[in-house]
Design a protein around this ligand. Structure first.
Ligand code: PLP
Length: 376
């Protein structure tokens, strides 16, 4: 049996989600824009999914728009803010996902907006004093800060950031991809302009996600074409994907507290066993801070070792799937921008473990033993 510890990259589809999706691939195949019975069946499924998601996040269904995933949703938040809300300055951090960083860089390169990067401390935590001074300087800026970092697990206090943004009249977007379905987000209490989610991160299908756009923000269509998604995103809806997204989120909410506890205790066990077993191990960023780091992500640097280059490959041969830096950019020759930014020596080996509800203590133990053998 393979051990899968790469759940920040993607999670396995829950069989109950697949079961909910299948009728919309086999029986209810109508186009939601068609007015006949089959079309109306598909339309009902899409709108019910929207209502389910809105109820879980405590917002209005009209504030949820389906997308092809979080990359599209992040692009929409940034580009929509610049083109429709008059945003001229984007304040973000150097350790955001490329879906945010590359979009902000593109907007700057084309002369549509200026990008400002926040200072980080030695643990990779965002300097909120710097944020406050930039918000003061650039009135009406968009702040884009992720809730949980996919590579090192650092969490941002989005409630605090939202208060600062409100105080200085800024807009706030948070990439909540790694926390949706794992941490409660209550949009009645949190004043935020945009959050995003991607189904495959919480045991749903790939290629489907959503953006929450606060009703006070009117942005123009982000994909031009048909009248789908209330004229905001043309293109026939991914009906089975949308049904799977809603089912996966519903299940994630039902098991959220129990799941966080279970995964958190696996992370504690893993850290403890790694300290006991692997010499000179370092924990990257703030991932050992139980309060302010993702319960499912543990990022380590190993000592300089001749086997480092082949580490992930050797783990794969041992039937253990784990990532180095970010799996989202795997295959790219450049190392992880996040580890570079927090000053991790590139000669050390970097491993990101990420657990899910399916992970077990036995898997953690076997992984540590294999690593110990590789480091002998
Ligand atoms: N943002 C974060 C924090 C992620 O971890 C990912 C992962 O891939 C994305 C955005 C992109 O999501 P998607 O695969 O849905 O485009």
């Amino acid at each position: 049996m393979r051990i899968y510890l790469d759940n920040a990259a993607t999670t396995p589809l829950d069989p109950a989600v697949l079961k909910a999706m299948l009728p919309y691939l086999e029986t209810y195949f109508g186009n939601p824009s068609s007015i006949h019975t089959q079309g109306r069946e598909a339309r009902t499924a899409v709108e019910n999914a929207r209502k389910t998601i809105a109820k879980l996040l405590k917002c209005s269904p009209s504030e949820i728009f389906f997308t092809s995933g979080a990359t599209e949703a992040d692009n929409t938040a940034l580009i929509g803010s610049v083109f429709s809300l008059g945003v001229k300055h984007i304040i973000t951090s150097p350790i955001e996902h490329h879906a945010v960083l590359h979009t902000a860089e593109w907007l700057q390169k084309k002369g549509f907006a200026e990008m400002h990067l926040l200072r980080l401390d030695e643990m990779g935590r965002v300097d909120l004093t710097h944020l406050e001074s930039l918000l003061q300087q650039y009135k009406g800026a968009l702040v884009s800060l992720m809730h949980g970092n996919n590579e090192i697990g650092n969490m941002t206090d989005i409630a605090k950031v939202s208060v600062l943004c409100k105080q200085y009249g800024g807009f706030f977007h948070s990439d909540t991809v790694q926390t949706i379905g794992l941490y409660p987000i209550d949009l009645q209490k949190l004043e935020i302009d945009f959050i995003v989610g991607s189904a495959h991160k919480f045991h749903g299908p790939k290629g489907v996600g959503f953006i929450y756009i606060n009703a006070k923000n009117k942005i123009e269509a982000f994909v031009h074409g048909g009248a789908q998604e209330r004229n905001m995103r043309g293109g026939t809806e991914n009906v089975s994907g949308i049904v799977g997204l809603a089912k996966a989120l519903e299940m994630a909410y039902a098991e959220m507290d129990e799941k966080r506890l279970k995964i958190g205790s696996l992370k504690r066990l893993l850290a403890h066993r790694l300290i006991q077993t692997i010499p000179n191990i370092l924990f990257n960023g703030d991932c050992m801070n139980e309060e302010q780091s993702l319960c499912h992500v543990l990022s380590i640097s190993t000592s300089k070792h001749e086997g480092n280059e082949m580490l992930l490959f050797n783990l794969d041969i041992e039937k253990i799937s784990i990532s180095g830096g970010s799996a989202c950019t795997s295959g790219a020759s450049a190392g992880s921008h996040v580890l570079n930014e927090i000053g991790i020596d590139p000669d050390r080996g970097a491993i990101r473990f990420s657990m899910s509800k399916y992970s077990t203590e036995e898997e953690i133990e076997r992984t540590v033993q294999v690593l110990a053998r590789l480091f002998q």
